[in-house]
Design a protein around this ligand. Structure first.
Ligand code: ADP
Ligand code: ZN
Length: 751
């Protein structure tokens, strides 16, 4: 028998082979080890997926040996390896790609990568007599020994620090080492992004009845092997985070670990601080993983988790892969957030993976939101998830009053040629708040690159007659196209509904708003937050701190300021153009708008003063706006699910999107047409799984990075049936070298 390891080769997309394990490696190698092997006589690296005994007689060739162990310590835990297989299978992504996104690059390279510093350790304690003697010959050396003895925890100091503190030379320290007083050692420095910060402990709060019910639900689920995922549907400011914190405390008390996923955008210093403070006593057991860390910091935080030194992980999307051992709880905050979907391979959804991982790890999972995704809500309606509702704000604070302003009236009044930025009402509201020295947030939803045709008279947006989705204007062809079914029409000169001639393309941005505001409110202090202005590191943090410290009166921003921020002095939130998000060619546009309005409105009235929200819109009766106005999530969900059912959109069927792109337009188009033909041919005549294949159409973003893009969408009730059809066809297809085909299962961006 021959000991062999089944290895997936890095960068190969899907090459997996058996290699022989040399005798001297047998003891140390494990599933999850990193190794160097030879592939076609070239060195390559890979990850061990399995270790087994192979009968040599059954082999027609001799196994090549593993060359070297890069890291014997597994970089993946057994449950994570299972999860990797699941991701690879469900999202049609090569296992290697999945594993690559699970492990930081530096950890894949081997065991090095640490930051090392020289430290001086006192190894023999000098007596008074010794010191006196030394002082006569070398005063500085004696002082240095003295100083080392006064160190608090242990007689140890960084070499450079000692040199600075005592203004002693390095050779003198060397001399101390030669005389046997000290030893100069290498020390691994943990690159802690929060080093030097002090976290004041914040004790647990006494839960209100709703919070207690929520916490109990989690604790009961922990004990129940038949548990379901818990959907915590709680209004903004209902105290969900406090429930998470106390549930995690229970985990830690039982010696288990916890993962908390938060959207990248709300992983602000404030969020991190909240967790660090609650667990101040075990602060180094809290690891924070997000994309703003340096590669070194990320590696060290990740290793801290792998080494079981950190038991609590707070992180964005990819933290769902954190190698927490003995996991006791997974929390997904703001579970409806689109940023949980990864838009490059593997195109996984972290919330869905949290649910899968909780099955694998046999632990509870909590999905929390004020505006649950319709996917999760539907799962709750179907009884697949348990729902816990929190309907009240903490301390009986009221939800803000929301006023909806009809901008069609404004347009008629001639306020800015149909594109009024600031209605008279909002302008007056801002003035009133400025007078009282209260703060204002103005929000502009700028999502979407393409523009729609909007009638300022009746508020109608030109929609596809087959999909009831807004159509997109394509300048080149001067046509409106539906990006779901491909239906196209000429651009109408008049509004198809009310026949007004004023119909026009809509859209304005934050920059323009700032300009207008500065003209109108000449003395107000104004700041703007968007991706254009927040390029410098810490700029967001600084701008927000200044606003919190009331050095700014008005904050204008995009999505970046919609979430999680807590400014007690903000009493007015203005939403400038609630419609923009509705006019993108995506069946989730309405849902996103509802979520965004609710989140933004949630920023108002978080202090003593009650809050007010002013929503400017051309479509005041659109359900997304009408229901948000009444803080009625369930009402919204009911009617939106009805719409999805009627037009056969997720969450009812699963969707998959095939995109083909190339710098060569005709080749991209031709490849996609071929793919389409093969897919329809591969579909059995009776189509037992009712898989729907759309026509091939240009992508909404038809040209991007000099590449032309075309797409097909598939829908089916069972995701696996659809993906196996796609897998079968893709396997047999070969595309020209300049054509790239991608598959996105459960896509969130239809562009
Ligand atoms: P959510 O996450 O649901 O939006 P938070 O957890 O941020 O709500 O809570 C909102 C505010 O209420 C926070 O300032 C929090 O400290 C406070 N809070 C939460 N729970 C309690 C409680 N039981 N007693 C007093 N204050 C609380
Ligand atoms: Zn259509």
């Amino acid at each position: 028998m021959q000991a062999a390891a089944y290895i997936v080769i890095d960068g190969s997309s899907d090459l997996e082979f058996d290699y022989a394990i040399p005798d001297d490696m047998k003891e140390s190698i494990a599933v999850g080890s990193r190794v160097e092997v030879k592939l076609r006589n070239r060195p390559a690296t890979g990850t061990v997926l399995d270790i087994k005994e192979i009968d040599e007689l059954e082999l027609s060739f001799k196994l090549k040996p593993i060359q070297r162990l890069l890291s014997a310590k597994p970089v993946l835990t057994a449950p994570l390896l299972k999860l990797a297989h699941w991701v690879s299978d469900y999202y049609l992504s090569p296992l290697e790609t999945v594993i690559r996104s699970m492990i930081p690059q530096a950890a894949r390279d081997g065991e090095g990568g640490e930051k090392i510093r020289k430290v001086v350790r006192l190894i023999k304690t000098p007596s008074e007599e010794d010191l006196k003697k030394l002082k006569r010959r070398a005063r500085k050396q004696a002082d240095a020994l003295d100083y080392l003895m006064t160190q608090k925890a242990e007689p140890l100091m960084a070499l450079s620090e000692l040199v600075n503190a005592m203004s002693i030379s390095r050779p003198s320290i060397k001399a101390l080492e030669e005389r046997g007083w000290v030893q100069i050692e290498d020390q691994v420095v943990h690159r802690d992004p929060y080093a030097g910060e002090e976290f004041l402990p914040s004790p647990p709060l006494t839960l209100n009845p709703e919070q207690q019910v929520a916490l109990d639900a989690v604790l009961v689920a922990k004990k129940n092997p038949q548990r379901k995922p818990i959907l915590l549907s709680g209004v903004t400011g209902s105290g969900k985070t406090e429930v998470y914190l106390q549930a995690i405390q229970h985990c830690i008390d039982q010696g288990k670990g916890a993962i908390v996923l938060v959207p990248e955008i709300s992983l602000t210093p404030q969020t991190a601080e909240r967790f660090k403070r609650r667990f101040a006593a075990i602060q180094d057991q809290v690891a924070i993983l997000h994309s703003h860390l340096s590669a070194g910091e990320r590696l060290d935080e990740w290793r801290k988790v792998l080494a079981r030194k950190a038991r609590i992980v707070i992180g964005a999307r990819s933290a769902v892969f954190a190698p927490v051992d003995n996991l006791g709880l997974i929390i997904v905050d703001e579970e409806h957030e689109n940023s949980y979907k990864q838009e490059s391979p593997p195109r996984y959804h972290a919330r869905d993976l949290a649910v899968v991982r909780s099955h694998i790890e046999d632990c509870p999972v909590v999905l929390g939101s004020a505006t649950p995704s319709l996917e999760s809500w539907n799962n709750a309606l179907l009884g697949k998830y348990d729902v816990v509702k929190m309907k009240l704000r903490v301390d009986d604070r009221s939800l803000p009053l929301i006023r909806v302003l009809d901008m069609r009236m404004e347009a008629r009044r001639g306020g800015g040629g149909g594109q009024a930025i600031l209605s008279l009402k909002l302008r007056q509201a801002i003035e009133a708040r400025l007078e009282k020295d209260e703060q204002i947030i103005l929000f502009l939803n700028r999502r979407g690159f393409s523009r729609s045709l909007l009638c300022p008279e009746c508020g109608k947006v030109v929609e596809c007659r087959h999909c009831s989705l807004p159509m997109t204007f394509h300048r080149k062809e001067e046509r409106l196209t539906c990006h779901v079914c491909g239906f196209a029409r000429i651009v109408p000169k008049r509004c198809p509904d009310c026949k007004a001639r004023a119909i026009s393309l809509v859209g304005f941005g934050t920059e323009k708003v700032e300009e207008v505001l500065r003209k109108v409110f000449t003395t107000a202090r104004i700041a703007r937050v968007d991706t254009d202005t927040m390029k410098r590191k810490n700029q967001l943090k600084d701008t927000l701190s200044a606003f919190k410290a009331r050095k700014t009166d008005i904050l204008i921003g995009t999505q970046m300021i919609a979430k999680g921020l807590h400014f007690p002095n903000v009493t007015l939130v203005g939403i400038l153009n609630a419609d923009i998000g509705l006019h993108v060619p995506d069946f989730r546009a309405g849902e996103r708008t509802f979520q965004l309005l609710t989140q933004v409105a949630g920023r108002a009235g978080r202090g003593e003063q009650s809050g007010e929200v002013v929503v400017q819109t051309f479509t005041p009766h659109h359900p997304s706006i009408a229901y948000a106005r009444h803080h009625d999530f369930e009402g919204y969900a009911e009617q939106e699910l009805e719409f999805r059912k009627q037009f056969n959109f997720p969450p009812y069927p699963h969707m998959a999107m095939l995109t083909v792109r190339s710098t060569h337009m005709a080749r991209a188009e031709f490849s996609l047409k071929t793919l389409h033909l093969r897919l329809t041919k591969a579909l059995p005549a009776d189509n037992p799984d009712q898989i729907i294949i759309s026509d091939p159409v240009p992508s909404p973003l038809v040209k991007s990075h000099d590449q032309f893009r075309f797409q097909i969408t598939l829908r089916a009730n069972k995701a696996r049936k659809m993906t196996s059809l796609i897998r079968g066809v893709m396997k047999k297809m070969s595309f020209p070298s300049d054509v790239i085909a991608t598959v996105d299962v459960d896509p969130y961006s239809l562009g």
